[in-house]
Write a protein that binds this ligand. Structure first.
Ligand code: ATP
Ligand code: MG
Length: 480
């Protein structure tokens, strides 16, 4: 009963939300195309559009969009060709089309089709069905993987497998639909373009082409409803706008600050995936600045709440993010463990201090702080275990860099994570936390040869390990 009522409320809200996306006023902003007269594209009447040419979408020809076919991946072309040959519709969709229109090389290609996952799986020998939440197919060509999804329907119209929470968050919506439905449930207009490599036409259901050309990121439907359905869309708005240099349209931006708290309900592992994308986008600095401006940073990572407020913490994180951005933009890889170790370092320092003051020795206090910081982080944004192990190694090495006598520095050089630990040390020096001289010493020490290294060692000030004296066996007296 309650579910039915909720469904009704959402149906009516959702129907209202369609108003903007199909407004002819916006369509007419399109510079090079005569807009087709379109009636409202709703999931309900989508079957009618299937009979119209191009399903009722604007059709943008190669003459206008000028997408360079050479920028398409062969694997994506083979995938759409294979599906076409078997009589199915197939398009390159989402981020790849958007990036091509922005003259950027897409990092991955997704394909959408009216074939079911099982049908796709049967067409391509090297393919596998994946996903619990969404059923998808990965088609493999050499080392490239193309993600193929079946057109999805609206959860609101669905009889089947869909579920919504009482805040409107969709937790399951694995229902198939038409291309019209599929476009409607995508997030931004720029992400709802369908490129058919065979005809070289782009189908545009929500005026995404005009938005891209105008440099605008606009939510499809009513932004409040779409954020309530999936709060991660707020993070996506910030990330995509920073990465692509698109301006978030006013109505799309307005509800974000008010609705930011909804992110608290998103599963921590999904938040981690999204934040990782943000940090590794090559525009982490700009994204973090935008997150703060939109008040989206609270509760994501403690560092974003407090550390950025203090000069040294801000300097440390700025250096870490700039470093990561530079590496990504230069085509190098960036290690997520190093990044998260940096983001949480100042929280670690504070926790470490508390445990030292409570009377724990240096290393036990550090280990207590590490476990505590990672555990409290996991409640909000769950850093994968495969990264936390390396983060702990990087942190755990730090006190060892301050020991420059005896055999210890030699042993540290042979640590399997030495390079990451050393880079981390340099960040600490550059941010003013440690004297620059310490970082310089390690640079020189690592580069020096055997004898020069020995000459660099400092006098050993560390307390000598006490040798345990063998206890004397108690003498047994005759009297016993
Ligand atoms: P990127 O370039 O970072 O990969 P992207 O837009 O391609 O950006 P993906 O996560 O690869 O991001 O998603 C592919 C497409 O799926 C998007 O372009 C969009 O159409 C759709 N999509 C992804 N996430 C959502 C979401 N939360 N809500 C609605 N549609 C989404
Ligand atoms: Mg993508």
């Amino acid at each position: 009963m309650i579910k039915k009522l909720l469904d009704r409320i959402f149906k009516s809200k959702y129907a209202q939300s369609l108003g903007h996306a199909n407004s002819t006023a916006h369509t007419s902003a399109h510079p090079t195309h005569k807009p087709l007269q379109r009636s409202k594209l709703t999931a309900k009447n989508s079957h009618k559009h299937a009979e119209l040419p191009h399903h009722g979408a604007l059709c943008i020809t190669h003459k206008s969009h000028k997408i360079d076919r050479n920028l398409l991946s062969n694997a994506a072309l083979k995938t759409t060709e294979g599906l076409h040959k078997s009589g199915f519709e197939a398009y390159i969709v989402g981020g790849a089309v958007r990036d091509l229109l922005l003259n950027r090389t897409p990092k991955d290609f997704d394909v959408a089709t009216n074939a079911t996952p099982e049908q796709v799986n049967r067409i391509f020998r090297r393919s596998r069905l994946i996903g619990k939440r969404f059923r998808l197919v990965h088609v493999l060509f050499g080392d490239e993987t193309i993600e193929v999804s079946t057109f999805r329907g609206s959860h609101l119209e669905a009889e089947g497998d869909a579920k919504v929470t009482d805040t409107g968050r969709i937790i399951r919506d694995n229902v198939f639909g038409s291309i019209v439905d599929d476009a409607l449930r995508r997030d931004f207009t720029a992400n709802a373009l369908y490129y058919n490599p065979a005809s070289q036409e782009v189908l545009d259901f929500h005026d995404g082409y005009a938005d891209i050309k105008a440099g605008i990121l606009r939510m499809i439907g009513k932004p409040e409803t779409r954020y309530a359905e999936d709060p991660v869309r707020m993070l996506r708005a910030v990330r995509l706008s920073a990465k692509l240099g698109l301006k978030i349209e006013a109505k799309t931006e307005a509800p974000i600050a008010k609705m930011a708290d909804l992110l608290a309900d998103v599963p921590p592992s999904r938040l981690f995936d999204e934040m990782l994308k943000l940090f590794l986008s090559g525009h982490a600095m700009a994204s973090v600045a935008a997150l703060r401006a939109q008040h989206l940073h609270h509760g994501l990572l403690p560092m974003l709440d407090e550390v950025l407020e203090q000069a040294m913490g801000e300097r440390f994180i700025t250096l870490a993010l700039e470093n990561t951005d530079e590496r990504i933009l230069a085509g190098k890889s960036a290690n997520p463990s190093f990044l998260f170790a940096s983001l949480l370092w100042h929280e670690m320092l504070a926790a470490w201090e508390v445990h030292k003051k409570a009377g724990h020795h240096l290393m036990p206090a550090l280990h207590l702080a590490m476990s505590e910081v990672i555990a409290s982080q996991a409640e909000k944004l769950a850093i994968h275990n495969r990264y936390t192990a390396t983060m702990k190694e990087i942190w755990g090495m730090q006190p060892r860099f301050e020991q420059r006598a005896g055999k210890r520095p030699f042993a540290l050089l042979t640590h399997p994570r030495y390079r990451a630990g050393y880079d981390f040390l340099l960040l600490r020096c550059a941010s003013g936390e440690l004297p620059m001289e310490l970082g310089e010493w390690w640079t020189a020490f690592a580069n020096a040869d055997g004898e020069a290294r020995t000459a660099m060692l400092l006098a050993d000030s560390a307390p000598k390990k006490r040798r345990r004296r063998a206890r004397k066996k108690p003498t047994v007296s005759a009297a016993d």
